[in-house]
Structures are given as C-alpha cells and as structure tokens.
Write a protein that binds this ligand. Structure first.
Ligand SMILES: Nc1nc2c([nH]c(=O)n2[C@@H]2O[C@H](COP(=O)(O)OP(=O)(O)OP(=O)(O)O)[C@@H](O)[C@H]2O)c(=O)[nH]1
Length: 328
C-alpha cells in the first residue's frame, strides 16, 4: 500500500475498479479504446488548457496514452479512467489522479467538446472523489487549473473545492509553465456534505403481461437519466403510502388503473447515488385496466425477463433484474 517515501501507491489500491454513476461507467482504458480517443482529443478547444495532451492528436498518441496509463497504474503513480455513457456505450472523456510527493491525489479531467455543459465532469469527479475518500481512505485531494480555465474552476467549486494558493504548473505539451491556482478538498468537509444527502422513497412497478414480459419505459426527456430504461413509478408524496403512490403514478404516466390489492411487493433497490440515497420497493402487477399509453413522452417496451439486462438502465435497477427473473 505504501512506497519507499511512505506514500500510498495508486497501482496497489486500484484493482481495476469500475465505478458507476447515474449516467456513466468509469473504467480503465484498453487497447480497444485507441480509435475512440482521437475524435475527442484532436480538438484544440479541448486540449489547449491541458498540460500533457499533444496537439494534433492521432491514434499513435492514443496508443501511447493507453500504454502509459497501464505503466503509471502499475508503478503506483496514478490512474486514468475513461467515462463511458451507459445509454450508448460512447466514451466521452476521462478523469483520473496522480499521487504527489506526499501521497495525495491530484485530479485531472477532460470532456469531449460535444459533451460539454451536461454535468458529466461533476458527475464523474464526484464518484471518483467519493471512492478516493470512502474506499481508499485518502485525507485530501487537490487540483490545479490553468488560470484561463473558467469551466474547470466552476466544476471544482460545484464539488466543494476551496482555493489553496498558487503553484507553477509545467505544461510540457504546450511548451510552457504557468502559474496556476490550486484548489483542495479535505475529507472531513466532503464527509459532512455527503452525510447530508437526502433519502428518497420511490415506488416502482414491474407490469407483467400474459406472456411473462415486463413493461419497461424510458425516463422522459428533461428528467435526470433521460433515455435510460426504468420501471414505471415515481416519488412517494408526503402522506401517501407506497401503494397509493404507485396507483397514482401508473395512472399519471401510463393511463392504467390498478387497485392496491393488485400489487405484490417482490423486492427493493437500496442504492447510494452520489447526491441522494434511493430506497425503491418494486411491486409485480399482473392485473390492470386500460392500455399502457405513454403520457410523459417516454418510450414503452415489453421485455422478457431474460433480456432485461440488455437494456441500459439506472444503476439502482440492475440488482432488480435478477430478482425479477425469479418472479416472472
Ligand atoms: N420511477 C423510477 N425511478 C427510478 C428507477 N430507478 C431509479 O434509480 N429511479 C430514480 O428514482 C427517482 C424517481 O424520480 P422520478 O423523477 O421518476 O419521480 P416522479 O415521477 O415523482 O417525478 P417528478 O419529481 O418529476 O414528479 C429518480 O431519481 C430516478 O432516477 C426506476 O426504475 N423507476
């Protein structure tokens, strides 16, 4: 766990973890990623304020990056994780860290230009930071950004980082060094904010038809995780029982009439999203009045239980797929 200087080694603590967020999987790069990196990184606007990404950027640079990251990870210098979108498997950017001389992680990140302004950097870094503090036990993390990189400063502010002086930042790929502001986040501050995240009670239904297929719906445009496939349902309102909430939600979302007596609880999701903890009982429903009609712009699909795992879904739903296989 520690190197000769007494520092924790990144390679010895990063055993290939894949981290999930609401919309992303954070994973190590492999040789199969070499072709997807140049379309994202051969873009001056993306790389001009970064320290080490060459410009122009081609397949040879991507292959060198993948090889270098493997050796950095194994030698305990740092870890880079590509951001893969759950909905379509597209690689959209990268987050990572390198250990400084005192063994503290310094964060780095970039997002492909087509994916700017959608909260992906904050979402991915929030997950990485949580892993660094909660699982790997680091005491603080820091980052240094080019003075002109306003977007990057905003990302760090949203994550709770505070200014922490200035330092000279070598930018070998740009052929210069720049005096840049530093930002830091201590574990105690992060822990207090994280502990204050709310619990959310949501209720969901697996509507099962006569052929044993389950009705899945996409999250409507404009909602969090839009486009991912989920079980119909929604938040339990104050004063409602979960069953009452489900009867209401199925009528609002799908125009279906179910009575509470038709609802059979079969399991629940307890998922710690980075900004709230979800508790979601799942009910199997086999009897209803009406034809499922998308009333909120969602898509509908009847899916065999054995094929549910093929759909991109919120991370909380993944364990429920196995539960449903036993019931359907
Ligand atoms: N309905 C539903 N929500 C889910 C599932 N999985 C999952 O993580 N969630 C999460 O649970 C929360 C439900 O919120 P929602 O926006 O659907 O609730 P709602 O219909 O009451 O929406 P509203 O607050 O816009 O009125 C969201 O954060 C959603 O991402 C699922 O399978 N079904």
């Amino acid at each position: 766990m520690t190197n000769e200087a007494g520092c924790r080694q990144a390679g010895s603590v990063w055993a290939g973890h894949r981290l999930r967020t609401a919309r992303l999987v954070l994973r190590l790069a492999t040789a199969a990623d070499v072709e997807c990196l140049p379309p994202l990184l051969d873009d001056w606007e993306v790389v001009r304020l970064t320290a080490r990404i060459p410009h122009p950027y081609g397949s040879a640079d991507a292959a060198a990056f993948v090889a270098e990251q493997e050796s950095r990870r194994h030698s305990g210098q740092g870890v880079a994780l590509l951001l893969e979108r759950t909905i379509d498997g597209a690689v959209i950017g990268c987050v990572g860290f390198g250990l400084d001389g005192e063994g503290n992680p310094e964060l780095g990140y970039w997002i492909g230009r087509a994916y700017w302004g959608q909260g992906y950097a904050v979402e991915a870094l929030r997950r990485l930071i949580r892993h660094l503090f909660e699982t790997l036990g680091f005491a603080s993390v820091w980052a240094q950004v080019h003075p002109d990189n306003l977007g990057s400063k905003q990302v760090l502010a949203k994550l709770g980082f505070a200014p922490d002086g200035c330092g000279t930042c070598a930018m070998p790929a740009r052929g210069e060094s720049v005096v840049s502001p530093r930002f830091a986040l201590e574990r105690a501050k992060w822990s207090a904010a994280h502990a204050a995240r709310p619990h959310l009670l949501v209720v969901a239904a697996a509507l099962v038809d006569g052929d044993g297929r389950v009705l899945m719906t996409t999250r409507p445009p404009g909602k969090t995780m839009a486009g991912l496939w989920e079980f119909p349902g929604g938040k339990v309102a104050p004063g409602e029982t979960p069953e009452q909430a489900l009867v209401r939600e199925l009528e609002e979302e799908l125009g279906l009439d179910v009575t509470e007596s038709c609802l059979a609880p079969v399991g629940f999701a307890s998922h710690d999203y980075d900004t709230f903890h979800l508790l979601m009982p799942l009910y199997v429903v086999r009897v209803w009045q009406g034809t499922p009609t998308p009333r909120e712009g969602q898509s509908l699909r009847w899916v065999r239980a054995a094929r549910l795992a093929d759909l991109p879904m919120p991370p909380a739903d993944i364990p429920l797929v196995a539960v449903l296989r036993e019931w359907v």
